[in-house]
Design a protein around this ligand. Structure first.
Ligand code: FMN
Length: 305
């Protein structure tokens, strides 16, 4: 089992992000960014998290009677990064108060769980810490998420959103309803979903399609060039290249890869499908609006580059 693949698979499970803090008479405070936080029991109120046995704060957490789980808010990425870094004084750049037990409580978080350490369990290279919640506090702030190795923010699933609409919840009031990232993301997601459906019938997946489409402007292409064109990570790109090569659509050359004759034919037919799909998608606009829409997207691409 490869550790990287294992981590990638675990990354499919979206979590929140917390900073667990504790105090130690000798060394001051410790704080560790942790996504391993989870609920365990309601009665008694128990939670758990796990700490890497190699982490510098481990001994403090192991001996601490009290600790606080600070659930980070969506705008606290820098706080998360600060406490994920090994550095001398993690607390010099953040604002915090002390709770009744002298444990730091970070300001601006989305929720807090003040805990008393109850159980410690061995967990391979981690130590599992179970705490009893003695006090908690929740705010209205959205939580920061971590998914597929990246920070993320939550959004209402379209299914839940439509249910909300049915029960009369005004969707327009939601933050997402007029938020650029959401609008672009959702539009992208839906456009791609339709195309994916068409591609499936052509027995080609989206990654392979992106690679083939890149060759429309390229003769021979090496891995870095294809990565720039496709925006795929290296692993996904290599596996798409492998799939295309196996089916004879591309062939290896000294400088990387090139389209085969069969690949050129396939690309032409796929581009015809993509263009007709695009026409369908833009059908809601007149020709002038469609062009304006594309021009605005091009400008947005430039300013966000
Ligand atoms: C999003 C995220 C989640 C993390 N989750 C955990 C975790 O659950 N347990 C852990 O021991 N380390 C976790 N880490 C890594 C630690 O934050 C980091 O290794 C540690 O704080 C390094 O500093 P230290 O050795 O001074 O504690 C995570 C890091 C990030 C960015």
């Amino acid at each position: 089992m490869s550790a990287k693949q294992f981590r990638n698979a675990l990354g499919q499970f979206a979590t929140g992000v917390t900073v667990v803090t504790a105090a130690d008479g000798d060394t001051g405070f410790v704080g560790t960014t942790a996504s391993s936080f989870n609920s365990v029991s309601v009665d008694p109120p128990l939670i758990l998290w796990s700490i890497d046995k190699g982490a510098r704060g481990r001994a403090v957490y192991e001996q601490a009677t009290y600790f606080v789980v600070n659930v980070l808010a969506a705008d606290q990425v820098t706080v998360s990064n600060n406490f994920a870094r090994q550095q001398e004084d993690k607390f010099s750049t953040v604002e915090y108060d002390l709770d009744d037990h002298g444990v730091p409580v970070l300001r601006g978080c989305s929720a807090y769980f003040h805990c008393q350490t109850r159980y410690l369990y061995e967990g391979g290279d981690h130590l599992i810490i179970v705490g009893e919640v003695v006090q908690f506090d929740a705010t209205e702030r959205d939580g920061l998420l971590f998914h597929q190795g990246r920070y993320s923010v939550s959004d209402v699933h379209p299914v839940a959103a439509s249910t909300q609409a049915q029960v009369g919840e005004p969707q327009e009031k939601s933050f997402a309803a007029n938020y650029l990232h959401y609008l672009v993301g959702r539009c992208f997601h839906q456009l791609l979903g339709r195309l994916e459906h068409l591609l499936e019938r052509q027995d080609i997946n989206q990654d392979e399609y992106r690679v083939l489409a890149s060759f429309s402007g390229l003769e021979d292409a090496d891995l870095p060039t294809l990565q720039r064109y496709t925006l795929l990570d290296e692993h996904t790109l290599v596996s798409a290249l492998h799939g295309l090569e196996k089916r004879g659509f591309i062939q290896p050359v000294a400088q990387g890869h090139r389209l085969s004759h069969a690949g050129q034919e396939r690309l032409v037919s796929l581009m015809a499908i993509a263009k007709s799909n695009e026409a369908d998608m833009l059908g809601a606009f007149n020709a002038e609006e469609a062009q304006q829409f594309k021009e605005m997207l091009k400008r947005a691409i430039c300013w966000t580059a």
